[in-house]
Design a binder for this molecule. Structure first.
Ligand code: PEP
Length: 246
């Protein structure tokens, strides 16, 4: 049985004052049946881990470099994230694939480094509007999955987040059938490659998850939780999303 997971992606939002949103989650943090992770900007990882005391498994980074260290100005290593208290890292988010030209090959190398360091990678993939219109969705996500995951992926070190790009930050959400079709295809591909271990890898849906649609989305086939952007910034939005998964 896969444990449910809700991961919040703060993107380039949040300063010290916003840590109050984490404290305000209160009871939600004690949700026994759901794993909760918040991925703030790198500047807040350490403070958020500290604010959560011993519950460090609930903080994640938003990216890491594929190499352990070196001349990579502005980048952050997996080890740095881990030392700051992170236990997860989002990799291959569509905004990084678009803004920083990250390829599947690069995402795979970063994922390998995350695994080597002991971080759980939340690997993102998803199609554009044009690709969906052209009927290419299943081919696109299958190729991203094959290219972005390294051979050592397990249920403990890898989470896959299906995030249709046209649904991110737009308020548009695919139908349950559309999510189900993609998750089923991803699960099949995972099984072909990783055998029984594939059933331990969690599949999240991401893209405009809000308090008012979370319960319906979580009721979909093979949806193990969500990667939440905008609605993870305020405890009053994030908390009901967590509750919807319990
Ligand atoms: C995201 O950026 O991963 C995301 C899902 O954003 P939003 O929830 O704001 O659509």
């Amino acid at each position: 049985m896969r444990r449910k997971l809700v991961a919040g992606n703060w993107k380039m939002n949040g300063t010290n004052a916003d840590l109050k949103e984490i404290e305000a989650l209160g009871i939600a943090w004690a949700a026994p049946r759901v794993d909760i992770v918040v991925c703030p900007p790198a500047t807040l990882v350490s403070r958020m881990a500290f604010a959560l005391g011993g519950q460090r498994s609930r903080v994640g980074g938003q990216d890491c470099h594929a190499e352990a260290s070196g001349a990579h100005t502005g980048d952050i290593s997996a080890e740095m994230l881990k030392e700051s208290g992170a236990r997860y890292v989002i990799l291959g988010h569509s905004e990084r694939r678009a803004d920083h030209h990250e390829t599947d090959e690069m995402v795979r190398a970063k994922t390998e480094m995350a695994h080597k360091t002991g971080l759980t990678a939340i690997v993102c993939l998803g199609e554009t509007d044009a690709q969906r219109e052209a009927g290419e969705t299943l081919d696109i996500v299958a190729a991203q999955l094959a290219g972005s995951l390294p051979d050592g992926a397990t249920g403990a070190n890898t989470v896959v987040a299906y995030e249709p790009i046209w649904a991110i930050g737009t308020g548009k959400v695919p139908s349950l059938e559309q999510i189900g079709e993609v998750h089923e295809a991803l699960r099949t591909k995972l099984r072909e490659r990783f055998g029984d271990e594939a059933d331990a890898i969690r599949l999240l849906y991401g893209g405009s998850v809000k308090p008012d649609n979370a319960a319906e989305i979580f009721g979909g086939a093979d949806v193990d939780g969500a990667l939440v952007g905008g609605a993870s910034l305020k405890s009053t939005d994030f908390s009901p999303i967590i509750s919807a998964l319990e």
